[in-house]
Design a protein around this ligand. Structure first.
Ligand code: HEC
Length: 127
């Protein structure tokens, strides 16, 4: 007869949930491109707290919290008065920006429960 107690399950979950944004090597690249790229900085038009951006032409991305797909589509093709970036940025750059924005606004991690944002202890060390 064997009896297991498995406190490790909770620890593993915490490690996965906490490490996502900080472990992404493209995160800094995405932030740099958001505030400074070869075409037009996103920060000129969008607010995004993680990037220190306060643009007010387009939607506040912290509020909008787009998925990676929404960012990729908007940046690639443009939307409304927002220009398309596809002729000036590479696919890799657009991908890095998309992943960064989704991660910085908390929508990159698919969630079962919606309360994760409020509980996230610190995104502050992601520099
Ligand atoms: C010239 C100003 C301007 C720039 C530069 C700009 N945007 Fe936008 N963006 C807008 C406006 C305005 C909208 C709203 C368009 C609409 O809904 O008609 C928008 C919409 C969006 C949306 C929402 C798309 C949706 O599905 O509704 C995302 C995400 C976004 N922008 C991300 C970015 C990113 C990332 C960059 C940099 C690569 C960027 N934007 C650069 C003005 C800008």
């Amino acid at each position: 007869m064997m009896t297991f107690k498995t406190p490790l399950a909770g620890l593993a979950f915490a490690a996965v949930a906490g490490g996502t944004a900080a472990a992404n090597p493209d995160h800094d690249l995405g932030r740099n491109l958001f505030t400074d790229n070869a075409f037009m900085p996103c920060s000129a038009c969008h607010a995004l707290a993680d990037a220190g951006a306060e643009g007010a032409v387009g939607p506040d991305l912290d509020v909008f919290a787009p998925t990676i797909d929404q960012v990729r589509v908007a940046v690639t093709s443009g939307i409304g008065i927002m220009p398309a970036f596809s002729e000036d940025l590479s696919e890799e750059e657009i991908e890095a920006i998309s992943a960064y924005v989704a991660a910085a606004t908390g929508s990159a991690v698919p969630q079962e429960g919606a309360s994760d944002l409020a509980e996230t202890p610190g995104g502050a060390d992601a520099s």
